[in-house]
Design a protein around this ligand. Structure first.
Ligand code: ADE
Length: 276
């Protein structure tokens, strides 16, 4: 995941800056010496797929995209184009685990993305994680999976080799660095993200989640996106901005802070597309 350039038959460094200058990505380029074609090299870039559940979560990125092509599959509009000089695919998946997982499969099959970032908002599960803060996933668990009847731990998907789905370390590190640059006033936390097909808005449910899974925030797509990415061998990261406290005040907080939270997560995603 270098975001670098693979060059056939020539040293990498020579053409990395050339490719940047030419803005050619992922294409074969003839290599000329004194006017003659003496070889070819291919610029290789790491193309990210960016998934937001709701229109608002990806609308800023879509607006900024240059030369977008819109490809509609399964009711989702995939915007493929350039963001900050890098090719990316930006899509609104719709809310919930099924939509999130389907979206990943389409990004894998139809677009061949190299990495997936799920951006959006979430409810905080920790007192020190405040509205407006950002969370980068270390891993993700589906809190609504319950096969305890068959001796699986709560949250474990039967017959899957892993309990939680681990975010890609390099994407995480790149995101943390980007965040320091583009959102310097925002606190960034890292930890387990809990996903379920439900909006959490009671202190009892929040306490239950923390007690059973110890997560840092809760939302409705991340771990399903993570599972689908894991099954396809695609590195992923979940980036969530906190819009509410996932308790009895959640609905009120959510409406008031959604916009601000989306600006923070979009700033980060934009920078990440350029950084990888
Ligand atoms: N997304 C934002 N806030 C949320 C919450 N409290 N529960 C589930 N998803 C959310």
């Amino acid at each position: 995941m270098s975001g670098g350039y693979g060059i056939i038959g020539t040293p990498n460094k020579v053409f990395a800056s050339l490719a940047d200058t030419l803005s050619v990505q992922g294409v074969w380029v003839p290599l000329r010496t004194e006017g003659k074609i003496t070889g070819v090299f291919r610029t290789e870039v790491f193309m990210l797929g960016i998934i937001g559940a709701m229109a608002e979560e990806v609308e800023l990125l879509k607006e900024e995209m240059e030369q977008p092509r819109i490809i509609s599959v399964a009711g989702m509009d995939f915007y493929k184009g350039m963001v900050g000089g890098r090719e990316a695919v930006v899509v609104r998946s719709g809310v919930g685990k099924v939509n999130g997982a389907m979206c990943v499969q389409i990004l894998a099959d139809r677009f061949g993305v190299d990495g997936i970032v799920n951006t959006g908002i979430a409810g905080s599960l920790k007192a020190e994680i405040d509205i407006g803060d950002l969370v980068l996933a270390t891993d993700a668990v589906q809190h609504d999976v319950d096969a305890t009847q068959f001796s699986y731990p709560l949250g474990q998907i039967p017959q899957m080799k892993v309990f939680s789905f681990e975010a890609d370390g390099r994407l995480r590190a790149a995101a943390a660095e980007c965040c320091r640059q583009v959102n310097p006033d925002i606190h960034v936390h890292e930890g387990r993200i809990l996903t379920g097909d439900q909006f959490v808005s009671s202190k009892e449910k929040k306490a239950w989640l923390v007690q059973n899974f110890g997560g840092v925030c809760t939302e409705m797509e991340g771990a399903a996106i993570a599972q689908a990415a894991y099954l396809n061998g695609i590195p992923f990261l979940i980036v969530r901005a906190i819009s509410d406290k996932a308790d009895d005040s959640a609905q009120m907080d959510y409406e008031e802070f959604e916009r601000l939270a989306i600006i923070h997560s979009t700033n980060l995603t934009r920078a990440l597309i350029k950084a990888v």
